[in-house]
Design a protein around this ligand. Structure first.
Ligand code: DGY
Length: 369
């Protein structure tokens, strides 16, 4: 075979087969991520790497692989990859948008209500045999219906979550994003008009002028921003202090967006405040003290963890790697509205790379049918 690809973990077999059709595969089969020196030693002679979000691919790693043409990430987020270094070396970087939008939004909803209604505390109480009968004040939580939900970052997942909360729980929506999301605003306005026709109260949607404005208004704040140098610790002590005392903070995007030490301190001082976390600043570790807090519910980065989604992610990641090696063009997706459905069914997928995040910067050709 002309090409060689390093795959840093076991993937569904179908996806591995797609790569095997065009390249010799070297696969890391341990449960734990390959240590950095293993990545470096495995990719020396490789043309591609299929990486996970736990694999840090920086300029040193790239420079150890002179033939490297593609880094295909098995994730929609790619903060583990030095994208500028990849661009400077002409290396294509792939990701997996579209298959985890609703899946991750649903986990965000699950965490929201687990925190609001103290589900994990109740579960612990039952298992410990500490439930001795119904009481008027047992584990009282917060009603979110008709409250205000705030989303920080109105991209694909933020928008899907916002719609679930607005449509399902009739919440007012406030969002903070550098760009206006006209489509979301229109959608909520149309839904509000529909409700009014049914004789129900409408809800509102507006873009906050600044993060602190949103924090002061929302009963639930859910973070959906990409992790960059600018967004690291986007939520720190001052931001937590700007939130309502009984607000809920949810993070299913990237751990370092929240200053976890500040969060522990805030939750200690504000027992009515709650947090639902899927991601952690120094994953898989948790900040000391976090696990002792009853007002925090934690799960191990499960946002995209459904069978359909994880298989779809593998399919897209494999398709990205194979397409780059075959010299195929890039699927013509708008930056924030990718429709990758043609890659996921049983039909022969298009001869294109579903999603290359630096396609524009590298001047790559787009698929045109
Ligand atoms: C991603 O794809 O970025 C998610 O964090 C994986 O669950």
């Amino acid at each position: 075979m002309q090409y060689k690809v390093f795959i840093t973990r076991e993937l569904p077999q179908k996806a591995t087969e797609v790569i095997r059709e065009v390249a010799e595969v070297d696969q890391w089969t341990d449960q734990l991520p390959p240590p950095r020196e293993e990545i470096i030693s495995h990719i020396r002679d490789k043309d591609g790497i299929l990486s996970l979000l736990t694999d840090k691919i920086d300029s040193e790693v790239m420079d150890s692989a002179p033939k490297l043409k593609v880094i295909s990430n098995y994730a929609v987020g790619y903060d583990n990859i030095d994208i500028l270094a990849a661009r400077a070396r002409g290396i294509k970087v792939g990701n997996t948008p579209g298959v985890l939008t609703e899946t991750t939004a649903e986990m965000t909803v699950a965490l929201t209500f687990a925190a609001a209604r103290r589900v994990a505390e109740g579960d612990r109480m039952m298992r410990a045999g500490d439930y001795h009968g119904w009481l008027p004040d047992l584990l009282l939580g917060s009603l979110l219906f008709r409250g205000t939900v705030g989303i920080v970052g109105a991209g694909r997942i933020g928008t899907a979550y916002a719609r679930m909360m607005v449509e399902g729980h009739k919440m007012d929506l406030v969002y903070y994003d550098l760009r206006a999301n006209d489509e979301l605003e229109r959608y909520v306005a149309d839904y509000a008009a529909f409700l009014e026709k049914q004789g129900e109260a409408a809800m509102s949607c507006r873009r906050a002028a600044g993060l602190h404005e949103l924090l002061g208004l929302a009963d639930v704040v859910s973070i959906h921003a990409a992790l960059t140098a600018e967004t690291r610790h986007l939520i720190g002590a001052p931001e937590l202090a700007a939130m309502k005392d009984d607000a809920i903070l949810v993070n299913a995007s990237r751990g370092p967006l929240v200053d976890e030490a500040a969060l522990v301190e805030h939750c200690r001082r504000h027992p009515r405040f709650r947090a639902g976390l899927d991601v952690f600043e120094r994953e898989p570790a948790m900040q000391p003290g976090l696990a002792d807090l009853d007002n925090v519910v934690v799960v191990p980065h499960l946002g995209s963890a459904t069978t359909w989604t994880r298989e779809g992610m593998a399919t897209l990641a494999a398709a990205n790697a194979a397409a780059v090696l075959c010299g195929w063009p890039v699927w013509p997706t708008a930056a924030d509205a990718s429709d990758v459905a043609p890659f996921l069914g049983d039909a022969e997928p298009p001869h294109a790379a579903p999603s290359i995040v630096n396609a524009a910067e590298l001047g790559l050709a787009r698929w045109s049918g």
